[in-house]
Design a protein around this ligand. Structure first.
Ligand code: TZP
Ligand code: MG
Length: 208
């Protein structure tokens, strides 16, 4: 089944500042996010598993795929729809061998060389970033900007989603640069009303 990457929510508890993760994600799902990635960097494997299990129920209810950041074991344990990995995680081809052909594998890239590597080794889509400056993740590379995002998109034939600093003010630019979707953390979870913000982001993406 083809995946709709257009409004891709990535979770981060720090952004929630104590607000409930499930309520925030459900709100974003009501607003129309098309894909959800559970990204946890600081919890135990058991807590990661329990969170993933509960989020799986929620995403199934809204018929939206759930991807797991980094952890192939957690993805397999909860039968998630796939994983999102980067160059410090399992190699893409190994993840593909373990997950099989049906699961979605996303790969993080910041330049054309990494993009070609990911596409060649079996990724289904690329997360290209940071597109703009962001404080959500400590990044060492310069933002790609529109030109960088466009050149990555043109270097591969698989879908490319932009990530990093995307919000209502710039999501149209991301679409114009040829991306297949916008991957967003703080632009949705940092909003007091994720449903409304997601609805507005969806509209902005659709109308271009
Ligand atoms: N990878 C590259 S930038 C980033 C990740 C996970 C963080 C994006 O967060 P935000 O809040 O949408 O800028
Ligand atoms: Mg990773």
């Amino acid at each position: 089944m083809p995946c709709d990457y257009s409004l891709y929510l990535v979770t981060d508890r720090a952004i929630l500042e104590g607000r409930d993760l499930f309520q925030a994600v459900e709100s974003a799902l009501r607003g129309g996010v098309t894909l959800v990635q559970l990204r946890e960097k600081e919890i135990s494997s058991r807590d990661f598993y329990q969170t993933a299990l509960a989020l799986k129920d929620l995403t199934v209810k809204y018929k939206v795929p759930l991807l797991i950041n980094d952890r192939l074991d957690i993805a397999l344990a909860v039968d998630a729809d796939g994983i999102h990995i980067g160059r410090e995680d399992l190699p893409v081809q190994v993840a593909r061998r373990l997950l099989g052909p049906q699961k979605i594998i996303g790969y993080s890239v910041s330049d054309i060389e990494e993009a070609i590597y990911g596409a060649k080794n079996g990724a289904d889509y690329l997360g290209a970033g940071p597109v703009y400056t962001t404080t959500t993740k400590a990044v060492t590379v310069e933002p790609l900007g529109m030109e960088g995002l466009r050149s990555i998109k043109e270097s591969v034939s698989i879908p490319v989603v932009g990530i990093g600093g995307i919000n209502l003010n710039n999501i149209r630019e991301v679409k114009k640069s040829g991306a297949d979707g916008a991957s967003i953390v703080s632009g949705i979870l940092g909003s007091g009303d994720p449903a409304r913000t997601s609805r507005e982001l969806c509209d902005a993406w659709r109308k271009g």
